[in-house]
Design a protein around this ligand. Structure first.
Ligand code: GUN
Length: 294
């Protein structure tokens, strides 16, 4: 079997084109969605990510404003900046790029962002909403993966879904979303003994560990759907995922490439959440995200 490729770049573009029409409608009503992006320090990777996010905003008509704050900023000063954006009616969504310097408590920062502007979906309220299945702003990467599955007509109900990686940003919210889609879910991580015992039973395998090539062909159930969230830069400059793509594509039914799989979806869902935030703040959207909407 040779797996079919799930083309995240293409699906992301389809979703962006669709949501751009909603921005056009908002603009006709005199509303331009606005995203405030805060970056602390000058980590080169974070600067690239933030640059890609602000560029993507422009492509659909969202106005984005980037706040470059010095690495020496105190937690108090950062919280004050967030408060300023919380109170700015031109800003519908706030994103604080992670990771933050060690002297700042990330939990305090995420808790400070207004729930109604938490387009990253990292606030405790939005995390808790995942447990009840009532999404407000779903975290962008798992939300993007859900859309990849939907657009590819992959039904997860009743299937064995295995998520490898238990971060707050990807693994935990992904597992909760799959559970709300009626999958049977296992969560593993890089500490799991006998990982193959889990992966070999997975109908849907989602890998987000940051370990290049962790998942080999022998670990994958024939016909599985494999979603690779990893983005790893090798010493020779190549960008690879957590899945041995060449090997695994011989046994999987579907697979996402790196790059061009999950990555473009993450940014797209940030745009979707920001547009949704603008609609919500103008009473043009339902109080909870309808998960099938993107
Ligand atoms: N750092 C890595 N991924 C993310 C993300 O999705 N959002 C934010 N804010 N920071 C990140």
């Amino acid at each position: 079997m040779t797996a079919k490729l799930i083309d995240g770049k293409h699906i992301a573009q389809v979703i962006r084109d669709k949501w751009k029409l909603r921005v056009d409608e908002l603009i006709k009503k005199g509303i331009r969605p606005g995203l405030g992006v805060i970056i602390v320090g000058s980590d080169p990777a974070s600067l690239v990510y933030v640059g890609n996010k602000t560029k993507a905003c422009e492509s659909v008509g969202i106005s984005s404003k980037q706040y470059d704050l010095p690495v020496t900023i105190t937690e108090e000063e950062l919280l004050a900046k967030i408060d300023e954006l919380n109170n700015d009616p031109a800003i519908n969504g706030i994103l604080v790029q992670l990771p933050l310097p060690k002297h700042i408590d990330v939990n305090n920062v995420l808790a400070k962002i207004s729930v109604e502007k938490d387009v990253d979906g990292f606030h405790l309220y939005n995390m808790g909403a995942l447990v009840t299945g009532k999404m407000i702003f779903p975290p962008c990467t798992p939300y993007g993966i859900k859309c990849l599955l939907d657009y590819t007509n992959i039904d997860v109900e009743g299937k064995n879904a295995v998520v490898i990686g238990s971060s707050n940003i990807v693994g935990k919210p992904m597992a909760l979303m799959l559970l709300s889609m009626n999958a049977t879910v296992s969560i593993c991580n890089i500490y799991t003994y006998y990982l193959t015992q889990y992966t070999s039973l997975a109908d849907i395998l989602i890998v987000a560990t940051g370990v290049p090539g962790l998942i080999k062909k022998e670990m994958v159930k024939p016909g599985a759907v494999v979603i690779d969230v990893g983005i790893n830069r090798l010493p020779d400059g190549r960008l690879v995922g957590d899945v041995d793509y060449e090997g695994v594509k011989e046994v999987a039914s579907y697979i996402t490439p790196v790059p061009g799989g999950v990555g473009p979806m993450t940014i797209t869902m940030l745009l979707v959440n920001t547009i949704m935030a603008a609609e919500r703040s103008n009473k043009l959207a339902k109080p909870y995200i309808d998960f099938d909407m993107a």
